[in-house]
Design a protein around this ligand. Structure first.
Ligand code: RP5
Length: 187
């Protein structure tokens, strides 16, 4: 019998059964966005937030985009995270069909390296906000954190976990400074 690996497995919170209803809907315009959007789901996994991940395009599968966001609330979704590149209309289309908050992650790449998707996502007309984060990996990470913060408004346990995350981040900066001072003092 093969020896059991002592390596700790990280459990994906992607909802695979009807028992665990997803609270966050992560939607991307293309499978080509997935390498970046893995950063979002890594955050959701860390905070043990159940989610679903879909590829739905505002332009290539518009009916599915409308169906996804118009049924999201009734399926228990609380926050939608939308990632798209180039003429990135996905966040806006999703936001048009739901009262749920939509977080937009502009993807880098293309002729303008993401400036086009940043502006397409952030420059929403009055009345239909898309909470736009930074382009690329940092934005994808922050989108996950924003979803955590939104859900923490009504979940004390989630709030405590987020506060602990902030304390750890602060301590990491202190440690980095101590380490740098040691390096500089070693001259
Ligand atoms: C957008 O166009 C997608 O979100 C992706 O970022 C970009 C390119 O899509 P592919 O041509 O790689 O499918 O709709």
């Amino acid at each position: 019998m093969p020896a059991k690996s002592s390596k700790k497995r990280t459990t994906s919170r992607r909802s695979k059964s009807a028992k665990v209803k997803p609270l966050v809907g992560v939607v991307m315009g293309s499978k080509s966005d997935w390498p970046v959007m893995k950063e979002t789901v890594a955050v959701l996994d860390k905070f043990k937030l159940p989610y679903e991940v879909r590829v739905i395009s505002a332009h290539r599968t518009p009916d599915e985009a409308t169906a996804f966001s118009s049924t999201a609330a009734s399926r228990g979704i609380k926050v939608i995270i939308s990632a798209a590149g180039m003429a990135a209309h996905l966040g806006g289309v999703l936001a048009a069909n739901t009262h749920l908050p939509v977080i937009g992650v502009p993807m880098k790449g293309g002729a303008m390296d993401g400036l086009d998707s940043l502006l397409s996502t952030v420059q929403m007309p009055r009345g239909v906000p898309v909470a736009t984060v930074a382009m690329g990996g940092s934005g994808a990470h922050n989108a996950g954190l924003l979803a955590v913060q939104m859900l923490a408004l009504a979940d004390d346990n989630m709030k405590k976990k987020f506060q602990q995350y902030k304390r750890t981040m602060k301590q990491d900066v202190f440690n980095a400074d101590i380490s740098l001072q040691k390096e500089l003092g070693d001259d």
